[in-house]
Design a protein around this ligand. Structure first.
Ligand code: KIV
Length: 267
């Protein structure tokens, strides 16, 4: 049976009827298959793959080739959810032309249906050109980890009036430039509410409170797979990391004292 893919139009209709959008990150086939089967609406192949899977200290080093590799694996596992490829640092900042070409690679080579870019005013033109090439774009405001060296930390954004007004203007500008949705990361709940009400497109929050049109979490954080790192805005739905370590310890012990393999595992 062919399953109908989630589209940008459908996400917009969900906002209009007040149905919340559920989004998670995935970086591999297996995880993507499982969340798709459970009915997730959007899967983001986030550049957080840099920290979560590849062991980098920030999202800055991750390359287009690495992002395409992970996005291909995710797309192969997904039937229904919209797959969004996160454009890595320096894949869209140097020139509009390069940005359009790299965005195109996510659709042409990696099977994504949309791309995500971080930033406000400075990326309007880039966003507009990507959209005019026929590629749906998701914006990302608030804490934008690719600009970490500019901001100097991972704190909440938009706490003062100046930052808040700038974020509202950025959101409206991105909407005008053609984005179909905006992620708001680490933003006070009431500012996120204001932005959600002032734009027509769906706003998806991560650490941005309950008023957004949808929520996104890093799957490894909510599963308890990120070690001791649990951001305040995330919720641990499990402690799978501890269970994995228990299995590894038991296996090592059983190999050492010759309990594994047993008769039933032997030919
Ligand atoms: O890369 C990522 O995981 C993200 C989410 C935090 C939205 O951009």
């Amino acid at each position: 049976m062919t399953v109908k893919k989630v589209t940008t139009k459908e996400l917009m209709e969900m906002k209009l009827r007040g149905e919340k959008i559920a989004m998670l990150t995935a970086y591999d086939y297996l995880m993507a298959t499982q969340m798709d089967e459970c009915g997730i609406d959007v899967i983001l192949v986030g550049d957080s793959v840099a920290n979560v899977l590849l062991g980098y200290k920030s999202t800055i080093p991750v390359t287009m080739e690495e992002m395409i590799h992970h996005c291909k694996a995710v797309s192969r596992g997904v039937k229904r959810a919209m797959v969004v490829g996160d454009m890595p640092f320096m894949s869209y900042q140097a020139s509009v032309e390069e940005a359009v070409r790299n965005a195109g690679r996510f659709l042409k080579e990696a099977g994504a249906e949309a791309v995500k870019l971080e930033g406000g005013t400075e990326i309007y033109e880039t966003v507009n050109n990507i959209v005019r090439s026929g590629i749906p774009v998701m914006g990302h405001l608030g804490l934008t980890p690719q600009s970490i060296h500019q901001f100097g930390g991972y704190g909440v954004r938009g706490r003062n009036d100046e930052q808040a007004s700038k974020m509202v203007e950025d959101a409206k500008g991105l909407e005008e430039a053609g984005v179909f949705s905006i992620v708001l990361e680490k933003v006070p709940a009431l500012l996120a509410k204001r932005i959600t009400e002032e734009v027509k497109i769906p706003v998806i929050g991560i650490g941005a409170g309950v008023y957004c049109d949808g929520q996104v979490l890093v799957a490894h954080d909510m599963l308890g797979l990120s070690g001791d790192f649990t951001p305040k805005f995330s919720k641990k739905y499990s402690d799978i990391g501890d269970e994995i370590k228990r299995c590894f310890r038991q296996y090592i012990e059983e190999v050492k004292n010759k309990e594994f393999p047993a008769e039933e595992h032997s030919y």
